[in-house]
Structure formats: C-alpha cells, structure tokens
Design a protein around this ligand. Structure first.
Ligand code: DON
Length: 307
C-alpha cells in the first residue's frame, strides 16, 4: 500500500513556503548567494524508512549540525571524562562565535558554540593528528550515518578559510588556556572542513535516526555510537542545539535538535524518528525560518514533543 507520508510532507512544506522572512547567512559569500527558494523536508523512521518532499536531493553544507556528531566522535576518541574536562555542557547565552571561556575552568561553555566545537574537533583521533586525518575520520563516520559517501564542498571551505580570523582567534585563545593541545591552524582547518561537508535533508534525517535509535544505524544495523555517547550528544543538543532559541524550541517542538547557518535543521526523537528540514533564510538567532515552521508542524501533527 502506498504510504500517505510523502503527500503529508508536501502539504507541510507548502504551508511553510509563504513565509519569506529572514535572510541567508551573510558572512560566508557562498551562503549569502544561496538560492533562497530552496525548501526540503525528510523524516527517517527507526525502522529505516525515509520519506521526503521538496528539494530533498539538493546538497547544502552541514555547518554547525556537524558539531553534534563530532562531539560524539570526541567522546569516542578521547573518552567522556576527558571531553568533560575540556568542554562544558551549559548553554552560553552568547553568539555561536563568541570569544568567551568559562571563568575558573577556562572551558568553552558547550560543544555547540565554536569554541567548544573547535575543542571537540581537536580531540578527534588525537592531539598530534593533522586536519586531514581528523577530516577523514569525520567524513568516514558521517558517510556511514548518511549511508552514502559524503564529500567536503571545496567552494564553501575556501570561502570560510578566507574569513577564518575569528575562529583562529578562538583557537589561539583555547591553546593559550591549555584546552586545545594541537596546532591552532590545524584545528581550525579541520573544523572548517567538517562544517563544509555537503548533505541533503534525506542524509540528515537518516543521520538523526541513528541517534534516535540508540546509536544503531536504522538501515545497516551497524552500531555507530555507544548508547552512553548518544545520551550525552542528545542532552547537549536539547539545551544548546538551537542557540538562544533553545527555550522556545524545546517548548514548541520538544525534540533534541541542531541547526546550521546554511539553513539545515536536524532533530532526533529517541526511539521514534529523525527529521530534517532545509531552507536558507535564517531568523535573527541564526535558525532557518521555514525549517522551524516545518519542525513545529511535524511535532504538532505527529505528537513528537518529548513531554
Ligand atoms: O564557524 C563558522 O562560522 C561556521 N562554519 C559554522 C557556523 C554555524 O553553522 C553556526 N550556526 N548556526
């Protein structure tokens, strides 16, 4: 029997389309020139079925959504105890690229702001690894999660590297504070490469579904993350994944989530579903306007709120 879900997703998409507010991220020229009419949605069930509508095959850079998975990898490679020594788990209330460290511990507040994400990146593989080695490890795991070979978008990478001063400032500050041990340039290069990995909404929904499925891939059944790491990643996504909008998001949508400046949003509801939406125009908090509308609608219609 034909599933009614794709038609339902088309209706949700069309209901979100008229809201043309917001603007694409302006600080990376490739993103500023994005086609703002793009709109896509996908949901992946923990049984491996993936449904999608709209621009579901259009690739965009994963950006900050990568931070959730790289945090999981840092836990794998360095151990949770060491990761917690270096990166906190509290919302920062600051912009994602704020030059701030927690007074007293010198730790970045959480792994979803750039300071914490650069630190998490530096913990992947090991302190002496190169940007290439870390990117290779990250690409390999993200490709397993998406169940296809993902690649870095060199155009986005080059554009972000031209403007790397703020992230370099963060990396030097982290090195001086004894939080990052590797060469700051290698950490930032690798971090920018991880943000430049291209994905579609179908990829993101499937990647989320592995988190929803306790770390087991819904299609290949491979265990990609241990349950303990998944719990840690989803907890931090809940409190810090949507930046300053985390409170609104948790009350209205109620799903652990992460957004990126290219306009992607990923949500993972434990035991149930992974979802993703994409549309490039962002609100003043840096989250996709139509993406949020779509996720609110899905959460309402499908009863996804975790409370
Ligand atoms: O560090 C940066 O500027 C980006 N590559 C990551 C940005 C991102 O997606 C942040 N927030 N939504």
């Amino acid at each position: 029997m034909k599933s009614p879900i794709p038609d339902y997703l088309k209706r949700v998409l069309e209901a979100a389309r008229p809201d043309d507010s917001g603007a694409p991220a302006g600080y990376i020229d490739v993103l500023a020139r994005a086609d703002t009419s793009r709109l896509g949605v996908a949901i992946a069930m923990v049984d491996g079925n993936v449904y999608s509508a709209g621009d579901d095959e259009v690739e965009f850079s994963i950006q900050s959504i990568s931070k959730a998975f790289v945090y999981g990898l840092a836990i794998e490679d360095a151990g949770l105890e060491r990761v917690l020594e270096k990166i906190g788990v509290e919302p920062s209330g600051d912009a994602f690229n704020e030059l701030s460290l927690h007074e007293g511990t010198n730790r970045p507040m959480n792994p979803m702001i750039n300071a914490g994400a650069i630190t998490a990146h530096s913990l992947v593989v090991g302190p002496n690894a190169t940007a290439e080695e870390r990117t290779e490890r990250i690409l390999k795991v993200m490709s397993k999660l998406a169940n296809r070979e993902l690649k870095v978008c060199e155009e986005v990478y080059e554009a972000e590297m031209k403007d790397w001063d703020r992230n370099m400032g963060l990396a030097y500050m982290l090195k001086a504070a004894g939080i990052v041990q590797c060469d700051p340039g290698e950490a930032v290069k690798g971090y920018i490469r991880q943000c430049s990995i291209n994905v579609t909404v179908r990829d993101l929904a499937l990647m989320a579904a592995t988190l929803s499925n306790g770390g087991y891939h819904p299609i290949t059944s491979e265990r990609i993350f241990p349950r303990k790491s998944v719990r840690q990643v989803l907890s931090v996504m809940t409190t810090c994944g949507m930046y300053d909008a985390a409170g609104d998001w948790v009350s209205n949508v109620g799903i652990p989530a992460k957004s990126g400046v290219a306009g992607g949003i990923l949500g993972a509801l434990p035991g149930q579903v992974g979802l993703a939406a994409f549309s490039p125009k962002l609100d003043d908090k840096g989250n996709s306007v139509r993406g949020i509308n779509i996720c609110e609608q899905l959460s309402h219609d499908m009863g996804l709120h975790m409370m």
